[in-house]
Every structure is written in structure tokens, then in C-alpha cells.
Ligand binder design. Structure first.
Ligand code: ZN
Ligand code: ZN
Length: 460
């Protein structure tokens, strides 16, 4: 048996690992490299495998850093199955074409700026939409034989809707082996989705993420109180709350939290605008997957539709979006992108940053060099659409909504596996986080721990 790491090795993005066993080749994830444009592009352009090198694909969840190279794979001729949960299939059906659309726009942008000898976009929205033809939905906790001698079971990873940890029970070459791939591990107590469920029964081989292995997050429980507090304060002064948000996952969590606060009359009646076509589509996908909801949450049992209540309005058209510029406060506007790099949040920020009455509220991670990061770190003036805009609005951050487990949660997840893994590989983290995750594993008496580099293979 052999394991090769083709992404998220020594870094966060590009998740892709090849398992070769008994003559069969199973690809775990097929994610896009993201980050610095040129570097990511180079890595994405050189797909390291041929379509004929792969028998089956298993996808942990719909995030682009896990699914975003699937359209490349089908483009080069892969026609085999892609196993994922039902919610992952449906989220991928909107997220992959969106990623394709971004590739096309990106290409257009560079071409217009006179870049010579540009390679074609990695893929188009149409290529990406075709991936759905190959996806086979497998519910959580329903073992399925995917190739001879390999049984797949998905376990809820509690990270985003449909996210899974992957268990492969392998019987080949006269031996048995249980391989567990964590996928991205979420947090206990996040709104809407269930808590992470570490697959029980231990693992011979563990591939585990480490995004925040060296970090402690704010509590999930405190996040709703903070949100309610901000809404109350800004409504009182008649301002707008601008929330840059990822369209899938975070936007729905914030709508849900505002719904819960409104139902309990803990916030004043402020209109809420969800101004992102992708977020509106993703909200529809959430509605289709109540099987993935956390039945223990009060709001889930109490309302027929988590995302529809009198205060919330979904905005699709560009005209409607622009009309929001002329409304007087108080109002809440949730718009993508999450790091304010593109999308409709830009025109809301250009329009609203100048007023003391407004609040820009960050509810997600802001990577260095993004507009979101500049505003968050207190710059007094920022460039939007080529113009300098003064920042007079209040700026605040709620850290509790992270979709990734922190140090204690990653440890809790590994402990939840039961018997300690015999061998572990740490992936999906910056070097210091990988080191911290290796430390957690050694502390839990896992002696054989590796942090693979890109392209590295291991015989097991
Ligand atoms: Zn993820
Ligand atoms: Zn990820």
C-alpha cells in the first residue's frame, strides 16, 4: 500500500492524496491551490496524475481547496465515480461552476491588462458543471464498497454542511488496514450543523488536518451574544452593519443567528439583506438538507424554515443590490466575498465606510494583504475600485464562528477516535501549525508522525 500527497502538504490548500492498494487507486479530495495568484496558478496547471491513474475519487467536502481541481480531472478524461455526501454533491453543483466563473473572469482581467502568452482559464463554469455527472451521494454512517476490498464510510466532520471525515476499511494483499482521513474538522456547538463525530474504532493510518493546531478560538457560545450586542448598538444610532461573509456556510450561520436573536426579541426589528446570488443559492441547498442539521438546537425544532423570517430579504439582481446604497439605516447587509476582495460587499463598503454610524463586522478569517485584513487592522484609508475611501465606520470582529476546530478541538477529535493511530500524517496547515499538530499527536502517544512534502510518497 502506498500513500502520495499531491496537495495540502506543507500548506493549507490543494488537498489531494492518492491511496494505492491491491492494484486500485483511490484519490482523496481533488482541491485547488489558492493564495498568491501566480504561484497557485502554476501548481494548479500541472496536474500530477493522468485520468487513467485513478479508479475512484472520494471527496470530503465542497470547499474549493478540496473540490476545486475536480473540473480539471474530468476535463483530462476522468469518468469514474466521485463519492461524497448528498449535501456535498449539491453544494458542489453551485460552488464549482462559481469557481469556474471566477477563473474565466480572472483570465479576462489579465488579458485586458495586456498580459501576453496567457494560458487558458483552468476551466470554465461549463466544465465545472459537468463534474456533477460523476458524483455519487453516500449518506453519513452508511458503509459502501467502492472498489473490491475497500469499504468507505463517511462520518460527520462538523465543518460545513455535508462535510465528512473519510474512513477506508481496506482488505488487500492479505492484510487489513483502516485508513482515516479527517477532512476539515469543525467545532463543537456551531449553529445549524452537527458537532464533529470522530470515527470510532481507531486507525492504522491517520491523515489529519492542522489548520489551527496552534490557536485558540473565541467561544462559539459567546458569538451570538456579541452579534446581538452589535445589532442593538448600531440600530440605536441608525447605522448600517456591513458583514463581509463567505457565501456558503458563514452567511447561513449569520442568518440563523439573527433569526434566533429576533425570535427571542433580543435584537430590535432591523431589516436584514442577504446580498449575494451565491449565498441565496447556497441557502436553498441548506433547505434541502435538514438531515444534516443538529436536531438538538432549539431553533431547528421550532421553525419550519430556518432561513425565512419577516426581517430577512434575499437580493439577487444587481439593481436591487445598488438600491441598498440609498436606504437609510438601520439595516444589516450580508454580502460576499468573505475577505472583501471582490463581490457586492465592495460597493457597500465604498458607500458605507465613510460614516461613523456604520459598523463593518468581520465574522471570518481575513488573510494577509486582503482588503478585509486592511480594514480589520485599522487602516484609516483604503483603496476600493481605484479610489481612496476614508474609514470612519466602527470596525469589529467576532472570532467564534470559525469553521475549523482549534487546538483543543483537534485534540478532542483525535482522542475521540478511541485507540491511538499507529501512524499519522499531518496535512492542511502552515508549517508552525503542522508542527503543533505533530506535537498534539506525540503527546497522545502516537509515535510515528510525518508532515509530508508536496509529491512525497510513503510505503505502508
Ligand atoms: Zn473546508
Ligand atoms: Zn480546507
Amino acid at each position: 500500500m502506498r500513500l502520495t500527497f499531491h496537495g495540502a502538504a506543507g500548506e493549507v490548500t490543494g488537498s489531494m492524496h492518492l491511496v494505492e492498494v491491491g492494484g486500485k487507486r483511490i484519490l482523496l479530495d481533488c482541491g485547488l491551490f489558492q493564495g498568491r495568484r501566480e504561484e497557485a496558478r502554476n501548481k494548479n496547471q500541472h496536474f500530477p496524475l493522468a485520468a487513467s491513474d485513478i479508479d475512484v475519487v472520494v471527496l470530503s467536502h465542497a470547499h474549493i481547496d478540496h473540490a476545486g481541481r475536480l473540473p480539471i480531472l474530468t476535463k483530462i478524461g476522468y469518468t469514474g465515480p466521485i463519492f461524497c455526501t448528498p449535501a456535498t454533491r449539491d453544494l458542489s453543483a453551485i460552488m464549482l461552476p462559481d469557481a469556474g466563473f471566477i477563473q474565466e473572469k480572472d483570465f479576462e482581467f489579465l488579458r485586458k491588462r495586456g498580459h501576453e502568452g496567457l494560458a487558458e482559464p483552468l476551466y470554465t463554469a461549463a466544465h465545472a458543471a459537468a463534474v456533477a455527472e460523476h458524483m455519487i451521494a453516500v449518506p453519513y454512517d452508511r458503509p459502501l464498497d467502492i472498489v473490491s476490498g475497500v469499504r468507505l464510510t463517511f462520518s460527520d466532520a462538523g465543518h460545513i454542511l455535508g462535510s465528512a471525515s473519510v474512513v477506508l476499511d481496506i482488505e488487500a494483499e492479505g492484510r487489513r488496514c483502516r485508513l482515516v482521513f479527517s477532512g476539515d474538522i469543525g467545532r463543537w456547538g456551531l449553529p445549524i450543523i452537527r458537532d464533529p463525530k470522530p470515527p470510532e474504532g481507531g486507525a492504522d493510518v491517520l491523515i489529519v488536518e492542522s489548520t489551527y493546531a496552534n490557536k485558540m478560538h473565541e467561544s462559539v457560545e459567546g458569538a451570538q451574544d456579541l452579534l446581538g450586542g452589535y445589532v442593538g448598538a448600531v440600530a440605536k444610532r441608525g447605522g448600517k452593519i456591513l458583514i463581509p461573509s463567505f457565501a456558503v456556510g458563514r452567511a447561513q450561520e449569520i442568518i440563523y443567528e439573527l433569526h434566533a436573536l429576533a425570535r427571542a426579541r433580543r435584537i430590535p426589528e432591523v431589516p436584514i439583506y442577504v446580498d449575494s446570488p451565491l449565498a441565496v443559492n447556497a441557502t436553498d441547498v441548506f433547505r434541502l438538507h435538514p438531515e444534516a442539521f443538529d436536531r438538538g438546537e432549539e431553533l431547528i425544532g421550532a421553525t419550519p424554515d430556518l432561513f425565512r423570517f419577516p426581517l430577512v430579504k434575499y437580493v439577487r439582481s444587481v439593481d436591487e443590490s445598488k438600491q441598498l446604497n440609498s436606504i437609510r439605516g438601520p439595516a444589516i447587509i450580508i454580502a460576499a466575498s468573505g475577505m472583501a476582495e471582490s463581490g457586492r460587499i465592495l460597493h457597500h463598503l465604498a458607500n458605507g465606510l465613510g460614516s461613523h454610524r456604520n459598523l463593518v463586522l468581520f465574522v471570518g478569517f481575513q488573510a494577509s494583504y486582503t482588503l478585509g485584513h486592511r480594514i480589520q487592522s485599522g487602516e484609516r484609508e483604503v483603496k476600493i475600485y481605484g479610489d481612496m475611501v476614508p474609514v470612519r465606520a466602527e470596525v469589529a470582529t467576532i472570532g467564534g464562528y470559525s469553521a475549523h476546530g482549534d487546538r483543543t478541538e483537534l485534540r478532542r477529535w483525535v482522542e475521540g477516535l478511541g485507540p491511538r493511530p499507529k501512524r499519522a500524517f499531518v496535512v492542511h496547515g502552515e508549517p508552525d501549525q503542522l508542527e503543533a499538530m505533530a506535537g498534539i499527536l506525540r503527546d497522545l502517544s502516537v509515535s510515528d508522525v510525518n508532515a509530508p512534502t508536496l509529491g512525497q510518497s510513503f510505503e505502508l
